[in-house]
Design a protein around this ligand. Structure first.
Ligand code: SF4
Length: 373
């Protein structure tokens, strides 16, 4: 079992971001009191279970006092065991990572840092509305490597005015920092964001899909040459540095989410359940024990569709026998697989269907054609 803890505070909202978060600091103390209350109430039902990973995400967990994260770990430890080799990840932004903060996180038992660098190019950071500078990004990545070793860097391509040279510089700087895990995201225009409004008013023009696809292709090629395994659509890892928490979610292992807007997935008594917490700070603070807003027991069809969808985003792929079973041995599904194979989007090796390097970009679209209707 895994745990996700949503820390919904950020210094400022980036222009492209639509996550659930607040940029005010004042509710922090009340928020953490509520978070511990929710955690104790929910984990009591899982008393004695072993947790294999904890992921502090957000928002920006590095923005808050590290003591708050330590107190969450203490609260959880009263109900569940943290495995001896537990992975504890904290998502962090460069502007927060002073030397004191890095060492403070390590002292809590945090052993993996995921840094939202996004870019090492000043103009690009400004276009994305990030709070850190290119110098912050370089300094912090280097220091985090010394303290943690197990560091992931997020990079984003497709910002306003970004050129192939800019993207090349981002890849070069990340590789020279020696980090063992890199996540590559293509900027997506989310409704109701500042960036979406700017684009709509014609004040900002973003590089098109083809340019983004080229940049993504550059990343796949160059990271592959440097020994990174492309193990999920957006994720690249050196051997032994895969994100245990994320892999757990993609392999449909149980995880419990705490905090506003957090999601959970768990299996009990032969049933699989997905739940979501309220996306409202006011409602969360009012009754953290009743934070759950929706809960759904998955049907057999929903389970299978999730399995197909998630497996095709991973380099480990999907067993073709399994896919045939799901479809009752249907010939039609084999024709669809063959069609994508001929288009170069799918490969079949040793009875396993996987997306090709070209296909990674279209993994969701390919999966949609293979789902049960
Ligand atoms: S730091 Fe991350 S979570 Fe916070 S506003 Fe920016 S993109 Fe969103």
């Amino acid at each position: 079992m895994h745990c996700y803890v949503h820390i919904p505070f950020c210094r400022a909202r980036c222009s492209y971001c639509d996550f659930f978060l607040v940029t005010r600091q004042d509710p922090q103390e009340r928020f953490f009191t509520a978070l511990y209350e929710e955690t104790a109430a929910r984990l009591a039902a899982f008393y004695g279970r072993t947790i294999r990973s904890v992921h502090f995400g957000g928002g920006t967990p590095s923005y808050v006092n590290t003591d708050y994260l330590g107190r969450w770990l203490e609260t959880a430890s009263r109900f569940v065991s943290l495995s001896d080799d537990i992975e504890i990840t904290v998502e962090a932004n460069p502007e927060d990572l002073t030397s004191e903060k890095l060492h403070g996180l390590a002292a809590l038992g945090v052993n993996r840092l995921s840094i939202g660098v996004q870019s090492f190019v000043p103009e690009k950071l400004r276009a994305l509305g990030r709070c850190h500078t290119a110098e912050d990004a370089a300094r912090v990545t280097e220091e985090a490597m010394k303290v943690f070793g197990n560091v992931s860097v997020d990079l984003m391509c497709g910002a306003q005015g970004e050129t192939a040279e800019d993207w090349q510089r981002d890849l070069r700087c990340t590789l020279s920092a020696g980090v063992p895990h890199i996540s590559v995201y293509m900027l997506a225009l989310e409704k109701k964001t500042f960036l979406a409004r700017q684009v709509k008013r014609g004040l900002v023009t973003l590089p098109g899909d083809e340019v983004q696809a080229e940049m993504y292709g550059m990343a796949c090629e160059q990271l592959g040459e440097q020994g990174f395994e492309h193990y999920e659509v957006s994720n690249f890892s050196k051997p032994g540095f895969f994100s245990r928490y994320n892999l757990g979610c993609w392999h449909r292992e149980s995880y419990l989410g705490f905090g506003p807007s957090a999601h959970s997935f768990y299996k009990t008594g032969g049933q699989e359940r997905r739940c979501a917490n309220v996306s409202s700070m006011v409602r969360y603070l009012a009754s953290p024990r009743e934070a759950r807003e929706s809960s759904e027991i998955l049907s057999e069809e929903a389970r299978i569709n999730e399995k197909i969808f998630l497996s095709l985003r991973l380099s480990s792929g999907l067993e073709i026998d399994g896919l045939l079973d799901y479809h009752g041995g249907g010939k039609k599904v084999l024709e669809i697989v063959e069609h994508f194979r001929q288009e170069g989007l799918l490969e079949i090796r040793k009875g396993v269907i996987k997306v090709s390097r070209k296909g990674f970009l279209f993994a969701d679209k390919v999966a949609e054609e293979l789902l049960l209707l």
